[in-house]
Write a protein that binds this ligand. Sequence first.
Ligand SMILES: C[C@@]1(CC(=O)O)C2=NC(=C\c3[nH]c(c(CCC(=O)O)c3CC(=O)O)Cc3[nH]c(c(CC(=O)O)c3CCC(=O)O)/C=C3\N/C(=C\2)[C@@H](CCC(=O)O)[C@]3(C)CC(=O)O)/[C@H]1CCC(=O)O
Ligand SMILES: NC(=O)c1ccc[n+]([C@@H]2O[C@H](COP(=O)([O-])OP(=O)(O)OC[C@H]3O[C@@H](n4cnc5c(N)ncnc54)[C@H](O)[C@@H]3O)[C@@H](O)[C@H]2O)c1
Length: 193
Amino acid sequence: MSQNELYPIFLKVAQLEVLIVGGGNVGLEKLTFLLKSSPSAKVTVVAPHFHSELVELAKNHEVKLVEDSYNISYLEGKHMVIATTDVVATNVEVYKDCKERNILVNVADNPPYCDFYMGGIVTKGNVKIAISTNGKSPTLAKRLRQFFEEVIPENINDLAKNLNSFRKTIKGDFEEKVTTLNDLTKGIIHKKE
Ligand SMILES: C[C@@]1(CC(=O)O)C2=NC(=C\c3[nH]c(c(CCC(=O)O)c3CC(=O)O)Cc3[nH]c(c(CC(=O)O)c3CCC(=O)O)/C=C3\N/C(=C\2)[C@@H](CCC(=O)O)[C@]3(C)CC(=O)O)/[C@H]1CCC(=O)O
Ligand SMILES: NC(=O)c1ccc[n+]([C@@H]2O[C@H](COP(=O)([O-])OP(=O)(O)OC[C@H]3O[C@@H](n4cnc5c(N)ncnc54)[C@H](O)[C@@H]3O)[C@@H](O)[C@H]2O)c1
């Protein structure tokens, strides 16, 4: 059985510079999910034309819209780039320019041209779950996201907050703290012996 070997990390996108090239349907979709998970993300979108909903979305966030065709100067200072234009050659150009500069790049919906994939994301307060099907089925990623949004209780965040408070009150060395926290929380997992 093939395994998903992708390594998930949780990026502080509010302190990174993200560029989206292209501002149509796909640009809107990627920006929507980025901001849903990370409303303070710092994003620049460069395109000659923008979807009207993307313009609306940008107004309420840290999103800068630049009305222009892509050129290499837009990569300056960027950490992460998502290419979403309807011109294949432009997306490939963005990909190559990024690779030359070691900038992480995702050509939306084009797995061979991705250093990383966007995933399905469930957020409940401080708790966040990212879902990947290794690019096999974005539809399944969406359905799993909806499933976990439904079944994970909103108050999972209270549990995280209470455990954080309790953790500060426990005396003893690191090992004793770990034991106390593990004893306290083992009831969360109902495992049949
Ligand atoms: C999770 C999500 C996040 C996001 O978009 O930010 C996301 N796609 C979503 C939805 C979605 N995208 C597409 C459909 C139509 C149905 C279908 O094809 O299944 C649906 C479902 C729908 O809209 O109902 C079209 C599509 N997408 C990709 C391909 C190419 C291919 O698979 O080869 C094609 C075919 C294009 C064509 O027809 O040519 C590829 C990718 N899409 C990924 C992410 C990455 C893998 C994630 C994973 O590991 O599963 C990856 C590899 C690259 C990337 O873009 O990062 C978001 C759900 C968010 C949510 O709801 O929570
Ligand atoms: N719409 C979908 O759901 C969907 C699904 C799968 C694949 N695709 C593919 O993804 C691509 C994009 O689709 P879309 O619906 O977002 O297209 P779109 O026409 O809505 O948007 C394309 C965007 O790219 C911009 N653009 C064009 N040339 C550019 C350049 N040189 N520099 C910067 N921006 C440039 C346009 O101004 C526009 O904002 C298409 O190739 C499409 O076949 C789309």
